[in-house]
Ligand binder design. Structure first.
Ligand code: NAD
Length: 543
């Protein structure tokens, strides 16, 4: 068969639909949501191309409507993790040998399915299962996931194209080999796009994968799996299991063929994983690739020259979209004294106008937090703060789980820049504000840099260019994604490659060529056309 050097379609970001009243996409999505609500999903694991139903059914409820049941998923155990590893390893040889263009076509088709016929289905699943408003779901489950798939295909070809120098006498080539073994994809609840990217990025590069989604994301993970099957992904390449993290970890992290982990989730879990793999290092065939994007304590800094309306909007959106459950959500803010009163008023006006309720009502901006565990953790924090006279809750502080896990958007004002809510990731709708004196801007930069262990996202608002420059330089290591006059959330694939350092992860930048490099192991091949036929060098000669 003739071999060609194909080029792939240039990646173009998916444009979000508006779902404004009267649009056809709104009507279609509303029908899909109604259909999903009236059905009862029965979600199997997917291992080696087979649907696995164990009969151990776990019910799924919308976080904002606990009395409703969306369906069940089938809980697995260690036996299923073992089966998934075996099936992955069985599929490995054929998948690694499949020409890259065929692999590319599968993932490009998956992107087309998501942005086309599956658009409403994946949105409905994300809205109902994870309580995202329509816009939050659209930019995640549709746009970001399609972008990941399309850009990664393009990055893959760039990696293959990159070759070393050669000479007329010797041709040097680099061959990108998939890792020897299987990759474990361990995904969080909060982004459907991340759940899709963690298994597909390594798979695209020729690897086989065991994927364990978070329990609270299984409802939309099932749609991702459906799309991949329809796109033609061969059996065994991505195997989806529903087991507890430790059950999966016990088998996977002690397996000789464990070749890498693609993780997004909390810092605490990632550190445990790193420790375990470190302890087991001698038992692996290769050094596993450890890629993890983890927690954040993301900041907004407003200089005295900042425009209060812009700061207030960045806080309302940056801290409270998706109920603050974004790793990039603004959760600590440092506001210059001279603009504080304006920012406060504008921000509180905006927050008090938030419409709160289930995402099926498209007019809502703010819905419920993900589960009982998150609700009780966050409400414990709020109760503790309420008892503390040294701080003031200037907005929210209420909560109610009679219908769903609702927590009001809560803003704490503290005179102590090292108050515990300024330091620890809470992962919910709680923003803490510290007001600094205008002349203490430089000191505040130091404060921001040393207050938390994380280094994920951060933003500076200023019209004074010296202030922008100072912040950009002094906060060089405080955020892997740094924003100037913009909120610290909403990174777009191909535009703002995402990831942080310090305790926030390995900073391998999801949705960039850097990430894909982690899933291959290059082999350098040198071919000499006229090999020497005498061992002696010229310097050994005599006159
Ligand atoms: P999590 O750490 O609780 O769970 C992530 C995954 O790990 C889930 O699949 C979970 O079941 C599994 N898990 C939990 N305990 C485990 C264990 N002991 N062993 C093995 N696996 C285990 O995170 P989450 O609550 O799903 O997501 C929220 C966290 O993710 C936040 O900390 C957030 O900042 C972070 N996050 C980071 C990014 C980023 O790009 N930096 C993006 C999204 C979310």
């Amino acid at each position: 068969m003739q071999q060609q050097l194909y080029s792939v379609p240039e990646a173009v970001n998916e444009t979000p639909n508006t779902y404004a009243p009267g649009t056809p996409e709104r009507e279609e999505l509303q029908k899909e949501i109604a259909g999903a609500r009236s059905g009862m999903a029965d979600i199997p694991m997917f291992i080696g191309g087979r649907e696995i139903r164990t009969g151990k059914k776990v019910a799924m409820h919308p976080p904002h409507d606990l009395s409703h049941t969306l369906g069940h998923y089938h809980q697995g155990d260690a036996e299923h993790v073992s089966m998934a590893i075996d099936e992955a390893l069985k599929a490995r040889r054929a998948w690694a040998k499949m020409p890259w263009r065929e692999r590319a076509a599968i993932f490009l088709k998956a992107a087309a399915l998501i942005s086309g016929p599956y658009r409403s289905k994946i949105n409905a699943a994300t809205m109902l299962g994870q309580s995202k408003t329509v816009y939050q779901s659209e930019i995640d489950a549709v746009c970001e996931l399609a972008d990941f798939l399309r850009y990664n295909v393009q990055y893959m070809t760039q990696i293959f194209t990159h070759q070393p120098k050669s000479t007329p006498e010797a041709w040097n080539r680099i061959e990108q080999r998939p890792l020897e073994g299987f990759v474990f994809a361990l995904s969080p609840f909060n982004f459907t796009a991340i759940a899709g990217n963690l298994p597909t990025a390594p798979a695209m590069m020729g690897n086989v994968v065991v994927w364990k989604p978070a329990n609270t994301q299984i409802y939309s993970a099932n749609v991702i799996m459906e799309v991949l099957r329809e796109a033609g992904l061969p059996d065994g390449v991505i195997n989806m299991v529903f087991v507890s993290g430790p059950v999966a970890g016990d088998l996977i992290f002690s397996h000789r063929d464990f070749a890498g982990i693609h993780f997004t989730g909390s810092t605490e879990v990632f550190r445990e994983i790193w420790k375990t793999t470190g302890n087991n290092i001698a038992s692996y065939r290769s050094y596993p690739r450890i890629v993890g994007e983890t927690g954040g304590k993301d900041f907004v800094l407003a200089h005295a020259s900042a425009k209060p309306t812009q700061v207030a909007t960045a806080l309302s959106r940056g801290a409270f979209e998706y109920q603050g459950q974004k790793c990039s959500a603004a959760s600590r803010a440092y506001i210059s004294r001279s603009i504080w009163e304006d920012v406060r008023k504008l921000m509180l006006d905006q927050i008090s106008s938030f419409s709160i309720g289930g995402p099926e009502d498209f007019s809502n901006f703010f819905t419920a937090v993900i589960d009982e565990k998150a609700f009780s953790k966050l409400t414990r924090v709020i109760d503790k703060v309420k008892k503390d006279d040294s701080v003031t809750i200037i907005s929210g502080g209420g909560y109610d789980k009679s219908k769903g896990y609702f927590i009001e958007p809560t803003v704490i004002l503290t005179p102590d820049p090292c108050y515990f809510t300024m330091i620890h990731e809470l992962f919910g709708p709680i923003l803490t504000i510290y007001v600094f004196e205008d002349e203490k801007y430089e000191e505040t930069l130091d404060l921001i840099d040393r207050t938390s262990l994380y280094g994920l996202t951060g933003a500076v608002f200023a019209r004074d260019r010296h202030a922008v420059n100072q912040a950009t330089s002094r906060l060089a290591n405080a955020a892997g994604n740094f924003y100037i006059n913009d909120k610290p959330t909403g990174a777009v694939v191909g535009h703002q490659p995402f990831g942080g350092s310090r305790a926030s992860g390995t900073n391998d930048k999801a949705g960039s060529i850097l990430n894909l490099h982690r899933w291959v192991s290059p082999r350098t091949i040198k071919e000499t056309f006229l090999p020497p036929e005498d061992y002696r060098y010229p310097h050994q000669g005599t006159l």
